[in-house]
Design a binder for this molecule. Structure first.
Ligand code: TRP
Length: 329
């Protein structure tokens, strides 16, 4: 009946944006009818960078839960849960930490990029090791498919290595998962920066109003060489065109031609994009309003999802302990 089991999720460090949507959330929604779907709200992973303000997590956990529900994840089908409340994930993290060297973690390209982005000269043990904890997130429920953006692929490779090591050394009880990278693995920011990212302030959030979306698009960076309406455009260097590719793909050939021949100006091209984005986001706004009006319902969904995740965790950790002969009594 099902194609298997999905696990994916987000750090609750702020609202989710279009980059999250095109990299992972769109696939979550699409696949939830074919696969058992687990969505982790990775609050421990958020602490690896935001440990000074743990009090912000409660609000951010709620917000990320609502973002997932707003895009169309159905709480009847998908299990949405909180990482820190599933103790088996922490147990598996400790076990995996024996199977990876510090050097391997130091060379992880995503860790390197993020450390630079956060300005870390040195890293905490928790930050350096979050890919190990992420391997536990994925494998505690034996997921075989992980919808993620391109930046997460190194973490999936580590997960696969850890699973193979465990299975070969002890007993083959764990499932080696595969990454499923979204249609656009990495979305540019509205400032033309290579990545849409909260810390760069170049995001369009799933929770933005129609006016905010139109305004952000009107300010977005286009082809810098196209100064006047009559200048020919170069769509490949334009952030707005990148968004058309991601969210308006059937009109891309036409828009490319119109841009390159100066048939369409940037203002009109942006208006068309804003309309497409707002059509995409409008049903999300409606679902969001429903959940925001009912905080008790969101809490109930998280409570039930977490209980379900703990059940999976208990089953897996029993097998892990048995495989390692740690089932003493
Ligand atoms: N590292 C992911 C991100 O920053 C979030 C995450 C945590 C995750 N645990 C996961 C993604 C497990 C996929 C699977 O977006």
């Amino acid at each position: 009946m099902t194609k298997g089991r999905i696990l994916t999720g987000d750090r609750p460090t702020g609202p989710l944006h279009l980059g999250h949507y095109i990299g992972s959330l769109a696939n979550r929604v699409k696949l939830q009818s074919e696969c058992e779907t687990f969505i982790i709200i990775a609050d421990v992973q958020a602490l690896t960078t935001n440990f000074e303000h743990p009090e912000k997590l409660a609000g951010d956990v709620r917000q990320v839960a609502i973002d997932n529900l707003a895009v169309g994840l159905d709480p009847e089908r998908a299990t949405i849960f909180v990482q820190s409340m599933v103790p088996q994930i922490a147990e598996m993290t400790v076990i995996y930490s024996m199977l990876v060297t510090v050097n391997v973690l130091r060379h992880n390209p995503t860790i390197k990029t993020e450390a630079k982005q956060y300005g870390y000269q040195d890293m905490t043990y928790g930050f350096l090791g979050y890919p190990v904890s992420q391997a536990a997130d994925i494998t505690f429920c034996k997921a075989n498919l992980v919808p993620v953006g391109a930046d997460q692929v190194p973490h999936l490779e580590l997960t696969r290595k850890l699973v193979r090591r465990f299975n070969e050394m002890y007993k083959p009880v764990l499932v080696e998962p595969e990454a499923l990278v979204g249609k656009i693995g990495r979305l540019v920011g509205t400032d033309g920066n290579a990545k849409m990212s909260k810390s760069l302030g170049n995001c369009i959030y799933l929770s933005d109003s129609a006016q905010e979306v139109s305004h952000k698009i009107s300010m977005a960076v286009t082809d810098p060489a196209r100064m006047r309406r009559g200048d020919l455009g170069h769509p490949n260097v334009c952030a707005v065109f990148a968004y058309h590719k991601a969210f308006n793909s059937s009109f891309v050939p036409e828009l490319r031609k119109e841009c390159e021949t100066a048939g369409i100006g940037c203002v009109d091209c942006k208006k068309r994009l804003a309309a497409v984005l707002n059509d995409l986001l409008e049903p999300m706004r409606e679902r969001r309003a429903k959940y925001e009006a009912n905080p008790g319902l969101v809490e109930e969904i998280l409570r039930a999802g977490t209980a379900r995740a703990i059940e999976e965790g208990r089953r897996t950790i029993a097998e892990v302990r048995e495989a390692m002969h740690l089932d003493y009594f």
